[in-house]
Design a protein around this ligand. Sequence first.
Ligand code: AMP
Ligand code: MG
Length: 405
Amino acid sequence: MTPAATVDDHAMLIDRLLAPVIGSLGSETVALPAALGRVTSTDIHSDVDLPLFRNSQMDGFAVRASDVATAPIALEVTGDIPAGHASPVTLIPGTALRIMTGAPMPEGADAVVPVEDTELVLGRDDGLEGAIVTIARGREAGEFVRERGSDLRRGDLLIAAGTRLAPRHLAALAAAGVGSVDARRRLRVGVITTGAELVAVDEELALGRIFDANRIALTAGIIDAGAVVSVATSSDDDPRTFRHILDDVVGASDLVITSGGVSKGAFEVVREVLEPLGASVGSVAMQPGGPQGTAVLDGVPIVCFPGNPVSTQVSFAVFLAPVLRRVAGLPPETRESRVLAAAVESVAGKRQFLRGIADDDGTVAVVAGPSSHLVAAMALANALIDIPHDTTRLEAGEKVTVWML
Ligand code: AMP
Ligand code: MG
């Protein structure tokens, strides 16, 4: 990498690095509940008509429209058709059948009179035998009848390829009897945080040690962007340990993200291990997140972020979240134009991503200092303020682009 790669250059480099993996992801069969949020890889056509059969839209009485044209009229009730009724029923002309919503329409009936427009006088033993219904008003043929195939015809497109399945799609699939779908496989992303100082959040602290914030930041970011975490682990700064862990994680992943160990200091374990393998490690003209690297090991792309927690999170938001979201069929994260609440200073020759609070009134205010260790302050932000590469100062009231978090 040239010393002063721009953010756009580096983003393009990462896109190119990931393209072969994304292109060969393939698909898998996923059962319905688990298919929520997955992206279909084929068109799905319906094997059935929807509704499956002609049925009643109301609780009421199935009649011939011509028999009730002269309403009010009293008709003999010759039976009951509850929902789920299995045997075919035929309406005797000049009579009515009591019918429930969703029950199959009897042969010979062409309208349903809703129960609200009727009065039923029960027959023998308070049953339907000999019962009489008085119909208050007439109905046109077809009224309150749901025709077979009126929603969708057999063979019609039910769900198109490339659809990210929401609850409404799952409902349509289930209604058509489709219990599983071919979905694009999700990218399996491995995470290795590095640093001899790191302890997991549930481990005991010791002098000089800190809790690992990046492992969870990256894990959560990956899930949020619609990918899956294959492994999330941590290495000390010993090259042998890191290499060993790296081989394992590469073996289980389509993409690996590392944090830390790519700066210019001593004990930069990611740089030490990956550079001899052909990695490109250098700096990108951005703040936070200057030191960046990329590598490929056994065909698996590796994206290396710096270790400061704000740098790691901004790097993920800028370089990986957009790609991962695209692969997962998620809409891009929103970028908005806002008005600066106060003047900001920036460094010449570096694109800055300041942490800000975007307000409902259209303004954005800087919420934290520029240092990339300010992990708690970042939690207060809801936006990154994108200050262009060559800008050194912007006044209150000037427009900026913000990346909503
Ligand atoms: P490095 O990029 O490895 O030089 O680390 C830069 C700074 O980030 C150091 O202060 C590290 O202690 C800190 N750091 C590195 N990794 C993590 C992590 N996973 N969680 C929290 N802080 C970290
Ligand atoms: Mg380190």
